[in-house]
Write a protein that binds this ligand. Structure first.
Ligand code: AMP
Ligand code: ZN
Length: 135
């Protein structure tokens, strides 16, 4: 646990939260400022600031848990869709510096929007970027 990390405290039960699920590795809670009904956060119990720091063991376990919770939301809340959102860095919208995966149930007409403005690079520009990343 990291001192003064609110999600460490929540994940480890030191601060109460609306818990949907808990095991030795994770706690899943309802978000206090939900985008939609059922908006939840998967929190690892061990502190990692972001995806870059997340141990592979947690990384490997988080998607099966997201699937399990997503299926539960689908059946119990009858949501029409589900967004997984995970922000790394303040520029990307991360406000709490302890890794968390958002599970956002979506409902027809919910008025929420999760997206970006697509751009239209040429094939050459895409190739330049490809080389920049892996070349
Ligand atoms: P992010 O912008 O990805 O860092 O998301 C942080 C999320 O944590 C936001 O959706 C907040 O509403 C949520 N949040 C912040 N503090 C708490 C808390 N004490 N309990 C539950 N959710 C929280
Ligand atoms: Zn933490």
């Amino acid at each position: 646990m990291k001192q003064d990390c609110i999600f460490c405290k929540i994940a480890n039960g030191e601060i109460p939260a609306k818990t949907l699920y808990e095991d030795e590795r994770f706690r899943v809670i309802l978000d206090l400022g939900p985008a939609t009904k059922g908006h939840a956060l998967i929190l690892p119990k061990n502190h990692a600031a972001n995806l870059y720091e997340l141990p592979d063991e947690d990384a490997m376990a988080v998607l099966p848990l997201a699937k399990k919770m997503g299926l539960l939301m689908k059946s119990r809340l009858q949501c029409d869709g589900l967004n997984l959102v995970q922000n790394n860095g303040e520029t990307a919208g991360q406000t709490v510096l302890h890794f968390h995966l958002h599970l956002i149930p979506r409902y027809e007409g919910d008025g929420q929007r999760i997206g970006w403005n697509p751009t239209a690079p040429s094939q050459e520009e895409l190739e330049t970027v490809r080389k920049e990343i892996v070349g």
